[in-house]
Design a protein around this ligand. Structure first.
Ligand code: ADE
Length: 241
């Protein structure tokens, strides 16, 4: 999978893309992630990437020209080939105004060959970028970050871990939170008794059927308590497995 990232703070991506499973997958060649500095595509002596909003108001808005130039030139398309570009590449603007991300969207993106992530900054990005360059807008949640960089990292991490070969242990994908509409059941490891706080008896019983039933009920109860809208009610809703 290839992911191109467009940002005015490329250094933010350095460490997260070097460490852990992500770094390993990049070094193995499973992932091809390229980070582009939008400022490199800005014109003029000051390489200005932002300007005051038309109509007034606080803050600055990211100018359209450097963003269009960064995406089209780095991907080898002309400005007269935006239709083709958008057919071949999913171009995603990270913004709190976007569609809210969930595991279904993550799974859909994980099946794509090529994604471009544009990190908005300041008060926003000129709307013509969203209208004529982007295929999607995505928000990672109903809260506001100062820019799209950390949101892009959340997308990269959640999407790429579904790409075959990235995680290593594919089985752990099956019964984790959200994969089936319920939050995951609680996990325990040794010691079975820690300061008098004991692990549920059933988990050390060796009865796999009983363990499975307990986990299912625990997942339902937890989901009902913490996220009732996900459908943790008895008899209704999803399946943890
Ligand atoms: N940029 C600022 N806030 C954001 C959010 N919640 N999701 C995606 N991009 C953002």
């Amino acid at each position: 999978m290839r992911i191109d990232v467009y940002t005015i703070f490329p250094d933010i991506f350095e460490m997260p893309l070097r460490e852990g499973l992500l770094g390993k997958a990049i070094r193995k060649g499973i992932l091809d992630i390229r980070v582009h500095d939008v400022r490199d595509y800005a014109e003029g002596r000051h390489r200005q990437v932002d300007d005051a909003p038309f109509g007034g108001g606080p803050g600055m808005v990211m100018k359209p020209e450097p963003v269009f130039a960064a995406v089209t030139r780095s991907l080898g398309y002309g400005m007269d080939e935006l239709g083709e570009l958008r057919e071949r590449v999913r171009v995603v603007m990270l913004t709190p105004r976007g569609e809210r991300m969930n595991q279904a969207k993550v799974e859909e993106m994980a099946a794509l060959e090529h994604i471009a992530l544009i990190c908005g900054r300041y008060e926003g990005v000129d709307e013509r970028v969203i209208e004529h360059l982007c295929t999607d807008t995505l928000s990672i949640g109903d809260y506001v970050l100062s820019g799209g960089e950390f949101a892009a990292l959340v997308v990269i991490e959640s999407v790429t871990r579904l790409v075959p070969g990235v995680l290593g242990n594919e089985e752990s994908l099956v019964c984790e939170s959200f994969s089936g509409g319920l939050l995951e059941y609680p996990q325990y490891t040794r010691p079975a008794d820690y300061l008098g706080w004991k692990v549920p008896e059933v988990l050390v019983s060796g009865d796999h059927g009983a363990v499975e039933r307990w986990r299912r009920e625990a997942a339902k109860a937890w989901t009902m308590k913490k996220r009732p809208e996900l459908g943790g009610r008895e008899g209704g809703g999803g399946d943890v497995l």
